[in-house]
Design a protein around this ligand. Structure first.
Ligand code: NAD
Length: 447
């Protein structure tokens, strides 16, 4: 069955408290809802990076009644073949394959670029797409380093394009309801928030320098990152754990959770950031921490903390991923799914809003397809009707920055004082050097 919004509503109406009560998703006005259903005016997208998450997103975009996936771009020819085959099940048109996404962007047929390439590509590709006049759906994190996020915030204004970041929980109805409850004072003033993610990831071993496989354009895979010789344990996925391309578990999963905390607590920039941890479990090529706690202090007596355990999957509060808000009158849990639970100060459940949409937070590519469709539709509403994005680049950058600051603190080995008016690091030149990165010549991000 096609994953349309109509099906989503059918599938969830029986189980979700929200839908029983309301019937229509709260973030969609009746007008925008009517505009989408039955419209022949399709939004045409090009996918960049379709091995895992990008393949799942391609299927999700193609399943929307008002969208066609017209181009599929990847530097791995096998990933293109796999994605084109999976798209056949979801749409009638045949997408065109591209190795170089810049060629796809030359086409007038494209309205938006969907970026699910590795993290070092997110901001440079977003900028190139906006320069080419396209809207952008960029996976989290929006940048490999803080400077890239700041450039994207300016670029979105300069080019007047819609850019939605892939922190999709911002479009999940029960999560929205829970955050609204917090903002209405459900647990009083919130002064502490904790987020976490746990998994049992295996070692990535010690890579060997080998010939570049014939299915891969290694030069274009590296793109903006200064050149390195090819090794057999980077492509795919394991680049996440190498600072040159990836951003560690903190930005891989922490971005989602810190974003929820920042949203619910109404926090912007911190005053102080620290991080502890390291690559503790295995000795291999994995450089980023597999065990990490990031602590962020904010003005007005408020702090938040993130715990990542990549190699010990013991849950916290019954969930392998989640956030807990602690307030003067109680607490609220938002676990990995489209649900929330309110507790009083003794820890007794006061209210529970659940949704039986199946979510698997450890599914690397597609933990919650039907819910993610709402995030996609919110982007389409912004393109079509000028509706407010649920995860625009201003908020996406702020949430990403909090975690990036944690990683910078981790790398320099000390806590950082932060200017709470703009999120910049105060008086620490070594840490400030990590605000940006070196680029491969010709790939510098210029606005
Ligand atoms: N929002 C979410 O819930 C969620 C879930 C999973 C992954 N992600 C994000 O999606 C991104 C991709 O993750 P993944 O697990 O699919 O990684 P992956 O390594 O499995 O896939 C990345 C793909 O990008 C391709 N690629 C690299 N350079 C390219 C280029 N220049 N042009 C086109 N394609 C290129 C690779 O060949 C590969 O096919 C990551 O940034 C990750 O953080 C988000």
């Amino acid at each position: 069955m096609k994953n349309t919004r109509r099906n989503f509503i059918k599938k969830t109406a029986a189980s979700s408290v929200l839908f029983v009560a309301g019937g229509v998703l709260p973030q969609f006005s009746a007008k925008s809802y009517a505009n989408i259903l039955g419209s022949n005016n399709k939004i045409n997208v090009s996918m960049m990076g379709v091995n895992s998450r990008g393949n799942a997103l391609a299927q999700n975009f193609a399943s929307q009644d008002n969208c066609n996936v017209v181009h599929v771009c990847d530097v791995d020819s096998r990933a293109i073949t796999k994605c084109l085959a999976s798209l056949k099940e979801r749409q009638t048109i045949t997408a065109k394959p591209y190795t170089d996404f810049r060629k796809s962007l030359e086409s007038k047929d494209i309205d938006a670029l969907v970026i699910a390439a590795p993290d070092h590509w997110h901001a440079p590709a977003s900028l190139i797409a906006m320069e080419a006049g396209k809207h952008v759906y960029v996976e989290k994190p929006c940048g490999h380093n803080p400077n890239e996020g700041e450039i994207l915030v300016k670029a979105a204004k300069k080019y007047g394009k819609v850019i939605q970041m892939g922190n999709q929980r911002r479009s999940w109805p029960n999560v929205i309801e829970g955050i609204n409850a917090l903002k209405s004072g459900a647990i009083g003033r919130i002064y502490f928030g904790k987020g976490w993610y746990t998994n049992n990831r295996p070692s990535i071993g010690i890579g060997k320098e080998v010939a570049v496989p014939e299915w891969l354009d290694w030069d274009l895979w590296q793109g903006p990152a200064p050149r390195k010789n090819y090794k057999d344990n980077i492509v795919h996925y394991n680049w996440h754990w190498r600072w040159h391309w990836g951003t560690g578990e903190a930005l891989n999963n922490g971005t989602h959770m810190i974003d929820l905390l920042r949203w619910g607590m109404g926090a912007d920039y911190p005053t102080k950031v620290s991080s502890n941890g390291g690559r503790y479990r295995y000795q291999d090529d994995w450089e980023t921490p597999d065990t990490q706690t990031i602590n962020l202090d904010f003005a007005d007596n408020m702090s938040m903390s993130w715990e990542g355990r990549s190699c010990n999957g013991k849950d916290i509060a019954g969930s392998t991923v989640g956030v807990m808000f602690y307030g003067e009158n109680g607490s609220m849990l938002i676990s990995g799914g489209n649900s929330y639970t309110l507790y009083d100060l003794k820890g007794t459940v006061v209210k529970e809003v659940l949704d039986d949409t199946v979510i698997d937070p450890r599914n690397k590519s597609n933990p919650a397809e039907l819910l993610d469709a709402l995030h996609i539709q919110n982007m389409f509403d912004a393109i079509r009707n000028g509706d407010t994005l649920n995860a625009d680049i201003d908020s996406g950058h702020k949430s990403t920055l909090l975690v990036q600051l944690g990683n910078i603190s981790q790398r320099v080995g000390r806590s950082l004082e932060i200017d709470s008016t703009n999120g910049h690091i105060i008086d620490d030149s070594e840490a400030q050097n990590l605000w940006s990165r070196a680029y491969q010549e010709g790939w510098e991000m210029k606005l």
